[in-house]
Design a protein around this ligand. Structure first.
Ligand SMILES: Nc1ncnc2c1ncn2[C@@H]1O[C@H](COP(=O)(O)OP(=O)(O)OP(=O)(O)O)[C@@H](O)[C@H]1O
Length: 286
């Protein structure tokens, strides 16, 4: 572990900076026919303040379980076998469930892959966006509903007052995802964990949502962990990347280094399999 820390230039260069999220030696087991089987092995990851960190790997490589462990939202069939997770200086794995409820939303929020599934079909979008504020402040939902329009405006939804009164099915896929992001931002958490949030969107809308996430980081300083299987997205958006395979991190580095000088065969294979990737965005365009 110590060697991983000292070899990570983000930690080496700023030893006093507390990571927004720090996962150390995390191992997770999954119950298959009542037998606990290791599926994530000794994973260490860091998201530094204001950084967008990509976690990339093929399906089943352990990206989602690792991030759900950080939120303490593992499904019943999965459990943490060993390791530590810290959100700033809070030790996540030793918090009570009520402390966790307070941390979720306030300090970190999840933006899921399928916004339509995550949204309540019978509740107006504005009320859903305002719900975290109501839950955390104890104020009645109707009395905080006005904040929702402001949040919808922040995420680029036109005519926000009117759209706040719509139901999810009246929104396009891109608008639904923006609404989920608005909900995630409601309590201004320092960390967003986005699990393939653009997979279901067409390419143009995907680019808009990526721009929105970048703007949120630039204007609010929000740290973002971005889970994806799409190296093109990593090149567009991320500063640092962890490459996962079979429940392990096989390579990590700055996006530029990973694209210019991949060390692992698996990373090279991913790069070779991704058409028309020329590396991360440079200032002024790719
Ligand atoms: N519902 C499930 N049933 C059985 N095994 C599971 C399930 N969910 C996770 N696992 C096990 O945990 C491993 C890691 O799964 P995880 O969902 O974290 O991968 P992932 O990289 O996020 O994949 P994807 O990109 O498909 O979401 C899987 O390879 C599998 O062994």
């Amino acid at each position: 572990m110590a060697s991983q820390v000292s070899s990570d230039p983000r930690v080496h260069d700023k030893p006093d900076t507390v990571a927004s999220l720090s996962v150390e030696g995390l191992s997770i087991e999954f119950s298959r026919r009542r037998v606990w089987t290791p599926v994530v092995h000794d994973v260490s990851m860091r998201v530094m303040p204001g950084e967008i960190v990509g976690v990339i790997g093929e399906s089943g490589s352990g990206k989602t379980l690792s991030s759900l462990a950080a939120l303490r939202l593992l499904p019943k069939q999965a459990r943490v076998a060993s390791g530590r997770v810290r959100l700033g200086d809070v030790d996540i794995l030793t918090q009570s469930e009520s402390q966790m409820r307070n941390l979720r939303g306030n300090r970190m929020a999840l933006i899921p892959q399928d916004a339509m599934q995550a949204l309540n079909p019978t509740m107006r979008v504005g009320l859903q966006v305002a719900e975290p504020i109501s839950l955390h402040s104890g104020q009645r939902l109707k009395s905080v509903a006005g904040v929702a329009a402001k949040l919808l405006e922040t995420v680029g939804i036109a005519r926000p007052e009117q759209q706040a009164r719509a139901f999810p099915h009246q929104f396009s896929g891109g608008m639904q995802q923006r609404a989920m992001i608005a909900m995630g931002l409601a309590l201004a958490p320092g960390l967003l964990i986005a699990d393939e949030p653009t997979t279901a969107l067409d390419v143009t809308v995907q680019a808009q949502v990526l721009n929105l996430l970048r703007d949120i980081r630039d204007t609010r300083g929000t740290s973002i962990m971005f889970i994806t299987h799409d190296l093109g997205v990593v090149a567009e958006l991320c500063d640092w990347v962890y490459v996962m395979r079979h429940g392990r991190i096989v390579e990590q580095g700055s996006v530029r280094r990973i694209f210019m000088d991949p060390q692992e065969e698996y990373t090279k294979m991913l790069l070779a399999a991704t058409p028309s990737i020329h590396g991360p965005r440079r200032k002024g365009g790719v």
